[in-house]
Design a protein around this ligand. Structure first.
Ligand SMILES: *Cc1c(COP(=O)(O)O)cnc(C)c1O
Length: 437
């Protein structure tokens, strides 16, 4: 029997409790999260996590990297095929670092960037409080139309022509309808600006062909996380249209923002990329159907779902305004007690002082889709949410129902069906190669 000291036992217990709770007993609706397949996870445990690989593949500063080089090139190729470009940079260790890299490569201290307003969904890294501000790049916000729940195209084009920024940034974190890439690209290029599209949230939808590829629509550079709708390990990615931009970006990643690039994740990114190559279309189209069904069900249960006039959503996200039920903070907390995990979110009509208790809840269906849930399950989840938020039922009672409901969904879909023995063989190689070979 393994009888660990008390402090070690505590560490193990915490990890086990978290994993059982979040992976087995919760309905996870955090829009920026996902789960990897068992195959991606088992390959993620590889020895590359212990290594350094400064520089580009086959031009490294250290030895011992022949397989890392091969894998990195392969992963770039897989992602490049999905994004229809030869130029993919996988070394940024997160979406934020990918953004920092592009900001630094494409603009200088004191330059201007035209961005989506924060209340309309821009990520903190696009703001004066985040990466853009840290690099001394001035942020100018585009007009946003709540009626259209999108950028006001005419206003944005006019602003870009006036401001003549170095950089225009599209994409966001609260994101239900695609931004107008074509029109904004034309405006950006007419004043010599680069258009960067931040696809962190929607990469899975883009590579699953449910959303248009911004690089095909006129964006010069695409940045992303690799763990939101794209179901890979936590990490970042930059894809460019031209070799010239790719080179510029590469010179900034290392030595400026990354030393080791968490090499073990390249294996899992490659597996997730192949899952998207083979199953991405089914996955992405089911996400859109689920989000639509979820929004309709929530509205039918009495929730105020935003953008009703536009059909609620065309992404993985559904946004509800729960101000009338005590606000986002209180309800996110109550839902957590019922094992339904969501985040509170500012909405375009919230004031800065509402940040602690904003009006909104942001809900994402990508992870539950990956667990195999379809439209019927969306209706069931909407009902659970009504019990907590609208009916004021005891969350502990609802939690019992959630745990029961969740028992049916134990397999990750839209991935390769690997037999358990193969999974165990690979797991053993990762942990104890000397016992296998
Ligand atoms: C999540 C997110 C990021 C940051 O990604 P990390 O990988 O968490 O650093 C950047 N941009 C947008 C739009 C995001 O939603």
């Amino acid at each position: 029997m393994f009888n660990p000291p008390e402090d070690l036992k505590e560490v193990i217990d915490i990890v086990v409790k978290h994993t059982v709770w979040r992976k087995k007993e919760c309905i996870n609706l955090i829009a920026s999260e996902n789960v990897m397949s068992p195959l991606a996870m088992v390959l993620y445990l590889n020895d590359m996590m212990h290594r350094y690989a400064e520089g580009k593949p086959f031009k490294r500063f250290y030895q011992g990297l022949k397989y890392v080089d091969e894998l990195e090139v392969k992963a770039q190729k897989i992602m490049g095929e999905l994004l229809n470009t030869e130029y993919v940079e996988l070394r940024p260790i997160s979406g934020t670092i990918a953004n920092a890299t592009v900001f630094k490569a494409m603009a200088n201290y004191g330059d201007k960037a035209v961005v989506v307003p924060v209340q309309a969904g821009a990520h903190v890294s696009h703001t004066r409080y985040g990466t853009l501000g840290a690099l001394g790049i001035e942020q100018v916000e585009m007009p946003f139309s709540v009626e259209e729940w999108n950028i006001d195209v005419d206003g944005a084009v006019k602003l870009i022509e006036e401001v003549k920024p170095r950089l225009v940034i599209l994409g966001g974190s609260l994101y239900i309808f695609p931004h107008p890439v074509k029109e904004i690209a034309e405006a950006a290029h007419s004043v010599g600006a680069k258009l960067m599209y931040d696809a962190a949230h929607v990469l899975g939808l883009i590579v699953g062909k449910a959303w248009k590829n911004p690089l095909d629509e006129g964006a010069d550079i695409l940045t992303s996380s690799t763990h939101k709708t794209f179901p890979g390990p936590q990490g970042g990615l930059i894809a460019t249209r031209t070799k010239e931009d790719y080179k510029k970006v590469g010179k900034v990643v290392f030595p400026m923002f990354v030393s080791n690039h968490h090499l073990h994740r390249l294996a899992a990114t490659a597996v997730a990329g192949l899952e998207m190559k083979y199953f991405g279309r089914d996955y992405a189209s089911q996400i859109l159907r689920n989000a639509k069904a979820f929004a309709e069900a929530l509205a039918a249960e009495g929730f105020r779902v935003v953008a009703e006039n536009k059909g609620y959503t065309n992404s993985h996200q559904v946004i509800v305004d729960v101000k009338g039920h005590g606000g986002g903070a209180k309800n996110a907390q109550l839902l957590e007690e019922a094992n339904i995990i969501v985040n509170k979110n500012m909405l375009p009509w919230d004031r800065p002082e509402d940040i602690k208790n904003p009006s909104g809840l942001r809900l994402g269906v990508q992870e539950v889709t990956r667990w195999g849930m379809k439209e019927d399950e969306m209706r069931q989840i909407a009902e659970f949410m009504r019990m907590v938020v609208i009916d004021g039922k005891d969350p502990a009672e609802v939690r019992k129902k959630v745990i029961e409901f969740r028992k049916e969904f134990t397999k990750i879909h839209y991935g390769f069906d690997i037999p358990r023995e193969e999974e165990e063989r690979l797991f053993k190689i990762m942990l104890h190669p000397y016992e296998v070979f």
